[in-house]
Ligand binder design. Structure first.
Ligand code: DGY
Length: 321
């Protein structure tokens, strides 16, 4: 019988990641293209020592109680709001995440959504594909300027900083809102302001803050009403930071120029209203979706698991504090 620790991987990973893990673990992994039903996850986890999960697997007390042997949860994501850190800490379960490896790819997507939304790329492309382009006119598909305008970044961590670095190339005035002052604000040419000032002043707002109970609906009806008329809102952070129903109303009312969204409340289900407003660009949580980023995330999760299996120090532990 194998003496290697038993690992559960909740979805398909790259072959090179499996190869990295295989010498150290007895592995059970989801090889389907579908998520396991919750009951299956609880059953498969029951005899495991380690879990390799992703941002859409809820690691709560119910799951932890179902797998009392588990000593480590490695999430293949930088966000860890889906993991109950307090419950893990009570049971002596270590948690790791995957910072850094997805920073630039996610900042690129934030920028993609900003440009596509401000310049109405998707709306006008759909119109063109529908065969409606018969003539050119001066007032056709007018969008919003990006170069030389004011950008508001909510959350100035790694990804926020990467977004700000890109904004410098667009000669933008950069405002940010963050709990604490960013050590690199001078280098980024960014000024820290209260959220209300940022919403009032920014032509474009990008959300890159972590989700928690404290940031739930940070952008709701009141905040949307406080935004500059015609402004663009981009969310590459987490669903739940924006009140999607309030956003649909603001878009319908024409208060905002548009919204570029990669994350949603209750994803993969969407607020149906989002599909009925024209001035939104919607992507299916692909912020980190380049091969190098996704491989980097999965490999970093694997490296943390190997460190656990070999008694080494975890590379990127997350603490409950
Ligand atoms: C993350 O890493 O948190 C991204 O949202 C991908 O899940």
């Amino acid at each position: 019988m194998s003496t290697r620790p038993r690992l559960l991987i909740t979805r398909k990973v790259f072959p090179e990641v499996l190869a990295r893990l295989a010498p150290h673990f007895e592995i059970d992994s989801n090889q389907e293209d579908e998520d396991w039903p919750r009951a299956t996850l609880l059953g498969r986890a029951a005899d495991r020592d380690a879990l390799f999960v992703t941002a859409i697997d809820r690691v709560d007390r119910e799951l932890l109680e179902a797998c009392p042997r588990v000593r480590i949860v490695a999430t293949g994501s930088v966000g860890y709001n889906h993991v109950d850190l307090a419950a893990c800490a009570e049971r002596g379960v270590a948690v790791t995440n995957t910072p850094d490896v997805l920073t630039e790819a996610t900042a690129d997507l934030a920028w993609t959504l900003l440009m596509a939304t401000a310049r109405r790329v998707c709306e006008s492309e759909h119109w063109l594909r529908a065969g409606k382009w018969g003539r050119w006119s001066f007032d056709q598909w007018l969008g919003a300027d990006v170069y030389g305008t004011t950008l508001g970044i909510v959350g100035m961590g790694r990804i926020g900083s990467a977004v700000a670095r890109r904004a410098r190339g667009f000669a933008m005035k950069i405002l940010y809102h963050n709990r604490s002052r960013a050590a690199n604000e001078a280098e980024l040419g960014a000024r820290r302001v209260e959220l209300d000032e940022l919403l009032r002043e920014a032509d474009h707002v990008i959300l890159v803050l972590p989700y928690s109970a404290a940031t739930h609906h940070v952008i709701g009806a009141r905040e949307l009403a406080a935004m500059k008329p015609g402004a663009t809102l981009v969310n590459v952070a987490r669903g739940g930071i924006v009140d999607d129903a309030a956003l649909v109303e603001a878009l319908r009312a024409g208060r905002l120029g548009g919204a570029g969204l990669d994350v949603y409340e209750n994803e993969p289900a969407l607020n149906p209203g989002l599909l009925t407003v024209p001035n939104v660009v919607l992507t299916p949580h692909i912020g980190s979706a380049t091969r190098s980023s996704r491989l980097g995330m999965a490999m970093l999760a694997a490296d943390n698991l190997v460190a656990f299996a070999t008694g080494g120090a975890l590379l990127t532990p997350v603490s409950a504090g």
